[in-house]
Write a protein that binds this ligand. Structure first.
Ligand code: SF4
Length: 326
């Protein structure tokens, strides 16, 4: 049971992030906390994290964004959802606020970028079809294995739905790619997990994916270890990982070492090449392994999309986990 608490925002809502890869865009969180409940989620260490059973929803966000856009002499070119939550949580209230906020932005000529593991339901697709060249989507996915998915990311959209979502968005002309993050060495990072995933992406004509490996911090490390132990997939427990400093301003976390990461990225890129999917390491977390940014907020230039807008709305069936209610 997830409690949805309503809060009004008083401070400016369109703010830059301190993360290096997000500095060029304004960012927006629709909620504090996230109902999708990924075991490895770093927001569990934030001082304002409301706990696993609660999300704080900024219900007045669409009006606040509209007012802020009117006041600004220079509108932001692109707004990124959501550095510390997910705009497509299954909760109807969150979906409604996210969609109306995105509508305000798109109708004001502001581009919308997002990363999600959630449910991109029909009202979003109906909105995006009219603004396809102004929407930049990254869909997070690391496995097609339902046991792994349920254990690690219990409230997220099923993997096959996420692949269908990318395909549907691409079909309507939205720039949509996959993000294989966080991979877990020898678990979701194992060849037997990665190969079918890459093949499924290629079959859906998804030819590009960013990737990174899991990191842990004290507040959620035990949860990751316990989940891997329950799955009997503890070949590389975090205890053997070392503290790494990410790219400037992106913080620190415990992760597999650089040598191992470099070898694993090389293997992943080789598997990607075989499947026809180009893999780009996330530069924020792997400054030594990436020679270019993974473009988490989409390409800088919208004309670089190179995707034909077929003007057609494909429907991805909604899925609400029955065991969760508000
Ligand atoms: S979807 Fe993102 S923000 Fe939500 S719990 Fe998972 S990792 Fe955290």
């Amino acid at each position: 049971m997830i409690e949805v608490a309503i809060r009004q925002r008083k401070s400016p809502v369109l703010t830059p992030s301190s993360l290096p890869c997000l500095r060029q865009v304004a960012t927006l969180n629709v909620t504090e906390g996230c109902a999708l409940g990924c075991k490895y989620c770093y927001i569990q260490g934030y001082s304002h994290y409301p706990g696993a059973a609660r999300v704080v929803l900024y219900e007045s966000l669409p009006g606040l964004v509209a007012a802020e856009l009117q006041r600004k002499r220079r509108k932001p070119r692109r707004v990124y959802f959501s550095p510390s939550s997910d705009a497509f949580q299954y909760l109807p209230q969150v979906q409604d606020v996210s969609r109306r906020t995105m509508q305000v932005l798109l109708e004001a000529g502001v581009e919308v970028a997002f990363l999600t593991k959630g449910f991109v339901r029909r009202p979003f697709l109906e909105l995006f079809v009219d603004h396809a060249d102004a929407v930049f989507a990254k869909i997070g996915i690391t496995t097609l294995d339902r046991k792994l998915w349920r254990a690690m990311e219990p409230g997220t959209a099923p993997p096959e739905m996420r692949v269908a979502t990318i395909a549907a968005l691409r079909k309507m002309g939205v720039h949509a790619t996959a993000r294989l993050d966080p991979l877990i060495a020898d678990v979701t990072g194992a060849d037997e997990n990665v190969v079918p995933l890459l093949r499924a992406l290629a079959q859906a004509d998804i030819r590009e994916a960013a990737a990174s490996y899991i990191f842990t911090r004290t507040p959620f490390e035990r949860q990751v270890v316990a989940t891997l132990a329950r799955l009997e997939r503890g070949a590389h427990p975090p205890a053997s990982w070392a503290m790494q400093t990410f790219a400037e301003g992106a913080g620190r976390g415990r992760m597999i070492g650089l040598d191992q990461r470099s070898r694993r990225f090389a293997r992943l890129q080789a598997l990607g090449t075989s499947a026809g999917v180009r893999i780009r390491p996330c530069r924020c977390k792997n400054p030594e392994s990436a020679d270019e940014p993974c473009a988490i907020t989409g390409p800088a230039d919208r004309t670089a999309q190179g995707i034909r807008n077929q003007g057609e709305l494909s429907f991805v069936a909604p899925h609400v986990p029955a065991r969760v209610s508000t």
